[in-house]
Design a protein around this ligand. Structure first.
Ligand SMILES: Cc1ncc(COP(=O)(O)O)c(C=O)c1O
Length: 447
């Protein structure tokens, strides 16, 4: 008999120390199979990562072939074939002008690097006073200290407060919870904040073009980013689009910002960029940002051992080519329509306040009173109870808490691999209902 997969029985410092973990033995398409043969429908691609589905041999073979040739060279001394080809592929996909890619391993690293790049740009263009950052609440950009400073997740930040740097927060466009026409929905909140801080001190505004977990797949109004772009241009502030979660095809376009007809100055990619086959992220930007550095100090003042490595870029290259060859971004848009049509039916169920999203990215927000949009009290742990019930029903979804008022709020995200079928979407809906019944029963919620 294998040991219980929990602390302290094994040598693993688990992500939670108070429960047992099923051990996954393999993955196939949208399914994960544990060591006992139990199957789980991976309805969130892990954490919005497995965009191509599990077990794509075109990617695993390409990684193996590259590692056999050369696994690692350092980007300060050499370039390599996969990094050159992956950057060339991204030029064909990224918004026009975002032609240069700097590769890293995680979303947090990409966000740290993007914000540092914005700062260096202003120093090299003779405006060293521009150092402040503006971000949105709710919002999430990662868990390293600068990325966490730019995030608005109090439950992650509280403990580390003394180490975080100040970042000015404006309210996120969150149509379910914002009054129509509010400054959060028009981006007026951004201009107000820039004026208040002083435009000559503000370096960059960072935002997720379509909300990830933090606002549960909230889609801003059509004009929001046109307004953001105009405000940033007017006040000489760089716009950083964090597409770690919503990019790489997840919303049915390669970059989520494309839905809004706007080009950011700097964009981050991560998670699904390699389909999860290896940890890969990227910062992409334009000549406008890089020329002053090329003509000035000559290099971005940033260094990480695994940036530009052949092994990670080979995985990204194979993943991007596989997506292109099989038209997976278009498929994501099509199956996204099917997903949203079917998820809409959940709105009639008890405790479901809202269902929203774009492409294969959906958020389902739970409330105790639908007309008043009242969240469940945090101590009830609605989202966590739901996720455990879903896992029991063989369904993997992603929870978020705290979005309603900084402390309360429960939602779950559905973001399956782009290869999901209509029958599998039906299975998600059916297992969701089972999990909701169980949650309402466990928490004694009246129906
Ligand atoms: C929008 C966004 N940015 C950055 C990150 C950080 O990425 P990572 O967890 O790979 O460091 C995340 C992670 O969830 C994210 O959703």
């Amino acid at each position: 008999m294998s040991p219980a997969r929990r602390y302290p029985e094994t040598g693993v410092f688990y992500r939670a120390l108070d429960r047992e973990f099923p051990l996954i033995a393999r993955g196939e398409g949208c399914w994960l199979v544990d060591e006992k043969g139990r199957r789980y429908l991976d309805a969130c691609g892990g954490a919005y990562v497995a965009n191509l589905g599990h077990g794509v041999s075109a990617v695993t073979d390409a990684i193996a072939a590259q590692i056999r040739k050369v696994a690692y060279v350092n980007g300060t001394a050499f370039t390599n074939e996969p990094v050159e080809e992956l950057a060339a592929e991204l030029r064909t996909l990224n918004p026009k002008g975002l032609d240069y890619a700097y590769f890293l391993s995680s979303g947090s690293e990409a966000v740290e690097a993007a914000l540092k790049l914005a700062r260096q740009y202003w120093v090299e263009t003779g405006k060293p006073g521009k150092h402040k950052l503006i971000a949105r609440t709710p919002g999430y950009h990662g868990n390293t200290l600068l990325a966490l400073s730019a995030s608005a997740r109090e439950h992650y930040k509280k403990l580390y407060g003394p180490w975080l740097v100040p970042v000015t927060m404006i309210p996120a466009p969150y149509p379910y919870r914002c009054a129509p026409g509010s400054p959060a929905l028009t981006a007026q909140a951004l201009e107000d904040a820039i004026k208040k801080e002083g435009a000559d001190t503000v370096a960059a505004f960072i935002a997720e073009p379509v909300g990830g977990s933090s606002t549960g797949g909230s889609v801003p109004p059509k004009d929001y980013y046109k307004n953001v772009r105009a405000i940033c241009d007017k006040h000489d502030v760089l716009f950083v689009a964090d597409e770690v979660l919503c990019g790489s095809g997840r919303t049915g376009r390669w970059a989520a910002i494309e839905h809004f007809g706007v080009t950011p100055d700097i964009m981050t990619l991560g998670k699904g960029l390699s389909g999860g086959y290896v940890p890969l992220s990227a910062v992409v930007t334009s000549r406008k940002i890089l020329d002053p550095i090329a003509k000035g100090s000559g290099a971005f003042k940033h260094a990480q051992t695994f940036s530009h490595s052949p092994a990670i870029c080979a995985a990204g290259l194979a993943a991007v080519r596989h997506m292109k060859k099989h038209g997976l971004v278009d498929r994501c848009a099509q199956m996204g329509n099917v997903l949203h049509r079917k998820l809409k039916t959940l709105r009639d169920l008890p405790a479901v306040g809202d269902v929203r999203g774009l492409g294969l990215l959906a958020g389902i927000e739970f409330v105790s009173d639908k007309s008043a949009k009242t969240p469940f009290p945090r101590k009830q742990r609605f989202a966590e109870t739901f996720v455990a019930a879903a896992l029991d029903a063989g369904l993997v979804v992603w929870p978020n808490v705290g979005h309603a008022d900084g402390e309360n709020g429960d939602l779950v995200m559905v973001a399956p691999p782009f290869v999901i079928s209509e029958a599998e979407i039906d299975e998600i809906v059916s297992r969701f209902k089972t999990a909701l019944d169980k949650t309402l029963e466990t928490l004694h919620v009246h129906r």
